[in-house]
Design a protein around this ligand. Sequence first.
Ligand code: ZN
Length: 224
Amino acid sequence: MLITKKHIYTFLVILCIILINVFSVVLVLTADFGDKKVIVIDAGHGGIDGGVSVGKIVEADVALGLAYELRDALVKLDYKVVLTRDSKLALADGKSADMQARKNVIDSANADMMISLHVNKYAQESVRGVRVFYDDTNKHKESASRMQTLINSRINKTYVGRADFKASGGDFFVTKCSDVTSMIIECGFISSPKDRALLLSAPYRFELCGVIADGVVSMVNVGA
Ligand SMILES: [Zn+2]
């Protein structure tokens, strides 16, 4: 085949298109794997597993609302946020498949911290407060304790009149399933009319999630 100017021109155009595409892919990869710190927020329960409830107030819905609020607070602080559950639905059919799917999200996010949000229920209405839980192997006890101390001083002291809650250990799948710094925050007791009213208050949810976000900042520096 005779190589004409037209052939060379066509070759150059194709080369440019290839280079632009390669460059775009590099840009996308850079955006995805930039130096932002990654926080996974796990809204507890979902789908047919509503968690605890009082009347029409269902834990899964309250947890999702709090997850959105915390996501917004962290994104404003320049973190990358990955939600395990971004709708009312569970991640899979059946509890164990759902929990495994949450682990997969945590693993693939390459996260710096994982916070699982729940609300509590107890027989006595007088039991209140935001409580932090860590894995019973104690691998994340210090981080959970720091978060509890912060929440005590800025939330529990003001709204519950107590600042002496201690973070507690327990055997929980989400705090055990990875090596990522992980904690569960039980954001109040829906069995307590006072906590319930707080959890239904948008300004309170904003304030609480702002404090949790500050706790994240104190443990996971923004940027590299
Ligand atoms: Zn729960």
